[in-house]
Design a protein around this ligand. Structure first.
Ligand SMILES: [Zn+2]
Length: 369
C-alpha cells in the first residue's frame, strides 16, 4: 500500500527557502501510477491512523525525546527564537557570516516556524508506514511469500542528529519511528537500509548512541546499512574537519558502502554484498525501513548529489534487489521516499511502484528472478 498526505508536502518557497524540491513529487507519482493503469491501495495519514486505530497525537514529545537530546527538543517545542535557530541550522539558511544562504525571508508568505508541524507530520507518516507494513498487506504476490509492504511518499530525514538538525533534516523520523516501535514492542529487531545518495549520518549516530547508552531493550537491535557517495557532503573535507571523532558524519553505519565517482557499474553488486553482511551480523528483523532516496538518479537536480549518477534502470535494479531480498526472507518493509530534487525526482519511485504492482510489466520486482 501507499501512504501519502499532500497536506504534509512543504512548499519551501512559501517559507522563503530556495531549494529545488518539487512540492508535487508525490502527486506526479500517483498520477503516473493511475495513467499506467496499476492500482495501489492509498491512504492519507488520518486514514491510516483510523485504520490502525492509532490515537492522536501519533507522535508525542516523549517519542522525540527518546532519540534526541532533551534540551534540543525543548527548544524546538518551546517555539520562538530557539525553534527558528534550529530550523535555520537544519536547512543551512545562513552562511558562517550570517548572510542568507538559499534563503529569501522577504519572499516568505508563511512563518518559518510553521515548518516544525511539517516535520512532526513526516515523523508521523514514517511511523504509520511501518505500522501499515506490519499489518501484512501486500502487493500482488504468490500466497505464502508476501510480507507486508508500505511505501510512504514522504519522510527520510536521515541527517537529523542527536542535538541538531542538518542537511534539510531537523529530526530523524526513521530512528524516532524505529525506537517507538521497539518501546511499544511492535517490533524488537529492525533494519534500516539507506540507499539515498548521501550517507545516513544522523541515523548512524543515533543508533550508535542508543546502543552505547544501553537504551535498547533485551533482544532489541537496529542494524543499519548505508550505501552512498564516497565523497561530497556530508563526507566533504570541511564537514569532516569540523566533526569531532565520535560524532556524525564520522560514525560509520554497521554496513557502510561508499561508492566513488564512476563506480555506478559496481553499485548493485556492492549493495547485494552489503545486504548479505547485514544479514550475517544481525538476525532477521521484524521490520526493515528502506530509505529509498531518488537522489542517486542521474537526472537529480541537487548539485551535491551529482557524484553518484545511476540511470533509471540502475535505480530500478537497486530497488528490485532490496525488495526481493526482503520479500524472499519474509521481512515486512516500510519504504520512505527520502531525498530527490528537481523536476524528475518522481521518476525512480514511480517506475518502481508501477512495476511492483503489475508483475506483467518488464523487469517487475514482483516477478521471479
Ligand atoms: Zn540525499
Amino acid at each position: 500500500m501507499i501512504l501519502y498526505d499532500p497536506k504534509l508536502t512543504a512548499v519551501y518557497r512559501d517559507y522563503g527557502i530556495l531549494l529545488p524540491i518539487s512540492p508535487s513529487r508525490g502527486d506526479k507519482i500517483l498520477r503516473f501510477l493511475r495513467e499506467s493503469g496499476v492500482f495501489w491501495e492509498t491512504f492519507d495519514l488520518p486514514g491510516a491512523a483510523c485504520r490502525l486505530e492509532v490515537p492522536e497525537p501519533v507522535i508525542s514529545r516523549a517519542d522525540v525525546e527518546r532519540v534526541h537530546q532533551a534540551d534540543f527538543v525543548a527548544a524546538l517545542y518551546q517555539g520562538g527564537s530557539g525553534l527558528s535557530a534550529g530550523l535555520i541550522e537544519a536547512w543551512e539558511l545562513r552562511d558562517s557570516q550570517g548572510r542568507p544562504n538559499r534563503y529569501a525571508p522577504d519572499q516568505a508568505v508563511k512563518p518559518l516556524e510553521d515548518l516544525f508541524a511539517q516535520v512532526l507530520g513526516q515523523i508521523r507518516g514514517t511511523y504509520l508506514a511501518a505500522r501499515l507494513a506490519l499489518t501484512g498487506d501486500r502487493p500482488p504476490e504468490p500466497p505464502g511469500r508476501a510480507p507486508g509492504f508500505c511505501y510512504y511518499l514522504g519522510g527520510g530525514m536521515h541527517h537529523g542528529r542527536y542535538d541538531h538538525g542538518t542537511g534539510f533534516c531537523l529530526l530523524n523520523d526513521i530512528v524516532i519511528a524505529a525506537r517507538k516501535l521497539q518501546a511499544e514492542h511492535r517490533a524488537e529487531r529492525l533494519w534500516i537500509i539507506d540507499v539515498d545518495a548521501h550517507k545516513g549520518c544522523g541515523t548512524a549516530e543515533l543508533v550508535q548512541f542508543a546502543r552505547a547508552r544501553g537504551e535498547l531493550g533485551p533482544g532489541q537491535d537496529l542494524g543499519n546499512l548505508s550505501i552512498h557517495m564516497a565523497e561530497g557532503w556530508p563526507l566533504d573535507a570541511e564537514t569532516l574537519r569540523n566533526a569531532p571523532p565520535d560524532r556524525a558524519p564520522r560514525i560509520p553505519a554497521d554496513v557502510e558502502i561508499p561508492i566513488a565517482p564512476g563506480e555506478e557499474d559496481r553499485y548493485a553488486e556492492a549493495l547485494g554484498t552489503g545486504l548479505t553482511e547485514l544479514e550475517t551480523r544481525f538476525p532477521a528483523p521484524d521490520l526493515a525501513f528502506v530509505v529509498d532516496g531518488a537522489d542517486p538518479y542521474e537526472h537529480d537536480g541537487l548539485p551535491s548529489s551529482g557524484l553518484l549518477r545511476l540511470s533509471l534502470a540502475q535505480c530500478m535494479d537497486r530497488d528490485r534487489l532490496v525488495f526481493r531480498y526482503l520479500r524472499d526472507r519474509g521481512i515486512p518493509s516500510a519504504w520512505i521516499m527520502a531525498g530527490g530534487y528537481g523536476d524528475r525526482a518522481w521518476e525512480p519511485p514511480a517506475h518502481f511502484l508501477a512495476a511492483l504492482a503489475d508483475p506483467s510489466r518488464p523487469n517487475s520486482p514482483a516477478d521471479d528472478p
